[in-house]
Ligand binder design. Structure first.
Ligand SMILES: [Zn+2]
Length: 228
């Protein structure tokens, strides 16, 4: 009752289409929520996200929550998360991810939950890492250690979008591992907002390789399929 009155006095808007949210709707209206296309990937069965990393790097399993396409609603939501500081979307995606991960019997323990880091200059320009709230919330819900400084981005880059896949694969690694951490017998989960070519995650895995973690899992909010 109280919430309904608040909704009338201070209408809340859908983060994607800006229509007014009804009572019971959180962040997204029902129509927009239904437009999110879940992958149904998990860390047990092989999926196309896994296959996109085969032969590129050493990792255990990869998964993603939603399919991404240029016209889809996820593109707008990731843009809001990344450039408009709508960190409540990080919580929204983390809640959804935790529901899925709690059902996943193949990933029960994570020692370090690691977001793909921004270069310090980019973080200064943007003011935040768009993955921070997502990872913080997810680590709390899953009772995993959040380790935002385990990886460091040592090379600044404006954008990947104009570079070809081949160019990106052969350039030197922009990430390095914090040297004081021993990953022997540890399980690491690397998190990004979007997997497209997989080059960012590949570089992150390669940066961890010398420290020999026992398992490296990869998780992203969005996955751009070559088949959709
Ligand atoms: Zn909407």
């Amino acid at each position: 009752m109280f919430k309904s009155v608040i909704d009338i006095l201070i209408p809340r808007s859908c983060s994607a289409c800006l229509s007014h949210l009804s009572f019971g709707e959180q962040l997204l209206c029902t129509a927009c929520r239904h437009q999110l296309s879940t992958t149904n990937f998990n860390f047990c069965l092989e999926n196309e996200c896994d296959r996109s990393f085969y032969g590129k790097t050493k990792f255990t399993k990869a998964s993603a929550l939603f399919y991404f396409d240029q016209a889809g609603i996820l593109k707008a939501l990731l843009h809001h998360l990344k450039y408009r500081d709508q960190q409540q979307l990080g919580d929204f995606f983390a809640n959804w991810a935790a529901e899925i991960l709690k059902q996943d019997s193949c990933l029960t323990t994570v020692d370090y939950l690691v977001p793909v880091p921004l270069h310090w200059r980019k973080k200064h320009q943007r003011g935040y890492n768009q993955l921070h709230q997502f990872c913080k919330r997810l680590s709390k819900l899953m009772d995993w250690d959040y380790a935002p400084k385990l990886l460091k981005r040592i090379r600044y880059r404006d954008s990947q979008t104009h570079k070809s896949r081949i160019n990106r694969s052969f350039e030197s690694n922009p990430f390095e591992l914090k040297k004081t951490i021993d990953l022997c017998n540890r399980t690491v989960l690397i998190v990004d907002d979007l997997i497209t070519t997989g080059s960012t995650m590949t570089h992150c895995c390669n940066a961890l390789a010398n420290s020999s973690p026992s398992k490296i899992y990869l998780l992203s909010i969005g996955y751009r399929s070559r088949f959709v």
